[in-house]
Design a protein around this ligand. Structure first.
Ligand SMILES: NC(=O)c1ccc[n+]([C@@H]2O[C@H](COP(=O)([O-])OP(=O)(O)OC[C@H]3O[C@@H](n4cnc5c(N)ncnc54)[C@H](O)[C@@H]3O)[C@@H](O)[C@H]2O)c1
Length: 268
């Protein structure tokens, strides 16, 4: 049931690949709550054609952009402002990719060119997005910018590999840029640290099934689903959270504060 908490708001959603994507659920929820949005993904991801279908369903323009390209970001923001009729109130960065993970490289045997690409796509793109947005005056006052993170930024999950450093960088960029966006435009910047979720990016991590099950047992509320993450993102885009900024917010069923859960030891 919709309470229309985003009525009159406009936003840009990065990173919906298919119906499992967290960004896909966020896009659906935002529109359900009254927002008008544009959707974007890397040109290569758009060739699959799935995002176009979502765009049609939600009445949202689909605009290709490689999030590491300032030129693409500039065009995306110009087209979004024209499609939506002015400045935007919210942006979701839901982007992650590691070639070392994809190609099964061990953390102790990384390819450093790939590692730089990982940082560029998964973290520095967030800085590029915000720097371009600030220069183009994309964001309306009181707006909200979010990126999705994972607890491997703080704790060791060996198979998460170099994505741990990418997420630590992403969270740091949110804090640092949150200061500048706050004082200049009264715009908030936060990261949401989400439970393991079955998606293309998530399932690509070695041993995903095991740590999904482990987190499910460890967390008093169980793993947070993509749908519940969409609910939380929507709330973070609404005026109800207008004083929250520069935070990494755990959305993980309690996992991050657990030391030991007897259920895990019992194995049931
Ligand atoms: N799935 C999980 O377990 C989990 C847990 C915590 C956080 N996250 C984070 O959530 C976010 C979304 O991932 P997801 O799980 O929905 O998977 P997903 O595979 O559906 O989404 C990842 C997206 O990144 C996009 N992308 C890759 N390179 C890009 C580029 N150069 N420019 C623009 N877009 C690009 C992909 O096309 C894809 O749409 C990621 O930041 C991920 O790290 C996922």
């Amino acid at each position: 049931m919709s309470a229309s908490i985003l009525k009159g708001k406009k936003g840009i959603i990065f990173g919906a690949l298919d119906s499992q994507s967290i960004a896909w659920k966020v896009a659906e929820k935002c529109v359900d709550e009254g927002a008008k949005i544009t959707l974007t993904n890397a040109p290569v991801a758009l060739r699959m054609g799935e995002l176009q279908k979502l765009g049609e369903k939600l009445g949202a323009e689909v605009i290709p952009a490689d999030a590491t390209s300032i030129e693409d970001l500039t065009q995306l923001f110009e087209k979004s402002m024209s499609s939506l009729g002015g400045q935007v109130d919210f942006v979701l960065h839901s982007i992650g990719m590691s070639l070392n993970v994809r190609k099964g490289k061990d953390y102790t045997d990384l390819n450093y060119d790939w590692m730089q690409k990982t940082f560029d796509i998964s973290a520095i793109s967030f800085h590029k997005l915000m720097q371009t947005a600030l220069k183009m005056d994309l964001m309306a006052e009181g707006g909200s910018i979010l990126a999705l993170s994972y607890i491997a930024a703080q704790r060791v999950f060996p198979d998460y590999n170099e994505m741990a450093e990418a997420k630590a960088l992403l969270e740091s960029i949110a804090r640092s840029f949150g200061y500048h966006f706050g004082v200049r435009k009264k715009v908030r910047v936060n990261t949401i640290s989400q439970s393991p979720t079955v998606t293309t990016a998530g399932s690509g991590v070695k041993g995903f099934g095991e740590f999904f099950d482990y987190a499910e047992k460890m967390s008093p509320l169980g793993n947070a689903s993509a749908e519940s993450c969409a609910d939380f993102c929507t709330m973070m885009f609404s005026d109800y959270t207008r004083m929250i900024t520069m935070q990494n917010l755990y959305h993980d069923g309690g996992f991050s504060n657990m030391g030991l859960n007897p259920i895990v030891l019992k194995g049931s």
